[in-house]
Design a protein around this ligand. Structure first.
Ligand code: URP
Ligand code: ZN
Ligand code: ZN
Length: 484
């Protein structure tokens, strides 16, 4: 009789292409059989009882224990961050190994492995942040690291300690093209932000809500267009990260119309937060600090454009951009004091655990996207884009047994989201009070039950590092193909 480590019975399986009920047999951390009434014995049997089962989430943009140069401190390390991910149905994360100027990429990668080892509870791969693209970096280090499985690179067009000029971006894109990597671009015009910030501070407009005024949509639109132009020139794919609203979306739409392989990521903060959240409480203006991120959340009309981009196929992936700064404490959002100007508040919001439940509730269950698109945006496409498919990102024989069994609540039974429910080390969630109609009942990571019925159970260090293959173009990309 066939023996399995685990059989998950009566699963309502949803993938990008299919929806059917079956049993899933797992051995050695992989899916080895999918069948109706699967025969065989198992060391462990779980009953999904007809509940929805999706592939574990792949979060293609998170910041965990990332070193900083300004005294700010990410609250989550690889244990608390991946624990939080697992409890929210994510089974693979891709944080960033950040190169400091004057240092090598290899130093960043070695340091980041030390931070992850013995701590991660789910599987992880690394993107590279290139802040100093010397000849040695682009001609020797990048090719070697891409070959070793670090196949995605983030570059910044803003932030003084990270930003690259156009010429430097071109050097990175040329190396990415030659060696087959994916380049992620943070698209905001640095000089515009610097000038606007100076004007606002001189006028005494320092509260968190002026963060939005210092980074208006035109700043993102211009940089998005420039990034696309550079990618066209180099004939190489790019992913525009954390796209916030209409005008950047229009640039991406335009690029796709030209047949360019320009991919796009958005994040829950652009669906559920707006500029109002940065200053909604006049008695407590610093509360808005919790919603400061870059690009900033836009107005409510822009949220609808982002939803449209999810349903239309324009967006390739939805990531959390989990940037876990606490409000209080050393290195937190308010470490500069109650009078700190917006430009001294660390940028970013937490969201590694809430990404999937919020998108399931407000996307799928509210009828804005279907379940197949949900799987595509949150799991399959990030796995393909970053060279982890089909090991990650689907439910298929041979894939890792990374699975989420969902509890879905009737509209009248929705749960109220509070930070106390979450498993990150951050002292707030920007989504406090939102109504949730779904939450993972069970998360399996390589066949191990890491989260079940409200209990987290995984040993620090049980997550594995995943070397990435070169990116596989998601199906909604333009068929330019020249770069492959
Ligand atoms: O404000 C943000 N997005 N902070 C995280 C860092 C980044 O640029 O992704
Ligand atoms: Zn960024
Ligand atoms: Zn980020």
């Amino acid at each position: 009789m066939t023996h399995y480590d685990l059989i998950l019975r009566n699963a309502d399986i949803a993938t990008v292409g299919d929806r059917y009920t079956a049993d899933i047999g797992v051995r050695g951390g992989r899916i080895v059989a999918i069948a109706q009434a699967l025969e065989g014995e198992a060391s462990e049997t779980l009953d999904a009882a007809g509940r929805l089962v999706t592939p574990g989430g792949v979060d293609g943009h998170v910041h965990l224990d990332q070193p900083t140069s300004d005294g700010s401190k990410f609250a989550d390390d690889f244990f608390t961050g991946t624990r939080s991910a697992a409890c929210g149905g994510t089974t693979t994360v891709l944080p960033f190994a950040l190169q400091f100027k004057g240092h090598s990429l290899q130093e960043a990668v070695d340091d980041y492995h030390r931070r992850a080892e013995g701590k991660a509870v789910i599987d992880y791969a690394f993107h590279l942040i290139v802040s100093d693209p010397t000849k040695d970096v682009t001609q020797r280090e990048l090719p070697a690291l891409i070959e070793q499985g670090y196949t995605s690179i983030k570059v910044y067009m803003t932030y003084d300690d990270l930003k690259l000029g156009d010429r430097q971006i071109i050097e990175v894109l040329a190396a990415a093209r030659k060696h087959g990597a994916m380049t992620m671009i943070h698209a905001e015009n640095s000089d515009c932000i610097a000038w606007l910030t100076e004007q606002l501070l001189e006028a005494g407009l320092t509260a968190p809500r002026y963060h939005s005024s210092s980074r208006p949509m035109a700043v993102e639109r211009e940089a998005t267009h420039r990034a696309i132009a550079l990618a066209e020139l180099l004939d190489t794919p790019i992913l525009i990260v954390h796209v916030s609203g209409r005008e950047a979306i229009e640039q991406i739409h335009w690029a796709r119309g030209r047949g360019l392989p320009v991919f796009a990521e958005t994040c829950p903060q652009y669906l559920f937060l707006s500029a109002e959240d940065l200053g909604i409480d006049p008695d407590h203006p610093m509360k808005g600090a919790g919603c400061i991120c870059s690009p900033p959340p836009r107005d409510k009309a822009n949220q609808q454009f982002v939803w449209n981009g999810l349903s239309s196929g324009l967006f390739t992936i939805v990531s959390s951009d989990h940037a876990p700064f606490s409000m209080g404490g050393e290195g937190g959002k308010l470490a500069g004091g109650e009078e700190a100007s917006f430009d001294r508040i660390p940028n970013g919001v937490p969201g590694i655990e809430t990404r999937l439940p919020l998108l399931m509730s407000e996307g799928v269950l509210a009828g804005r996207i279907d379940i197949h698109r949900f799987v595509e945006l949150t799991s399959t496409h990030p796995a393909r884009l970053y060279g982890l498919y089909p090991r990650k990102g689907t439910i298929a024989v041979g894939s890792d047994a990374d699975l989420v069994v969902w509890d879905v609540f009737e509209p009248g039974q929705a749960r109220t989201l509070t930070n106390t429910m979450l498993h990150h080390a951050v002292d707030y969630t920007p989504y406090e009070g939102m109504q949730l109609r779904a939450w993972p009942a069970i998360t399996l990571s390589r066949g191990r039950t890491v989260w079940a019925n409200g209990v987290f159970d995984a040993a620090p260090g049980s997550g594995e590092f995943l070397p990435c293959l070169r990116p596989q173009v998601p199906r909604n990309a333009s068929p330019i193909g020249k770069w492959l």
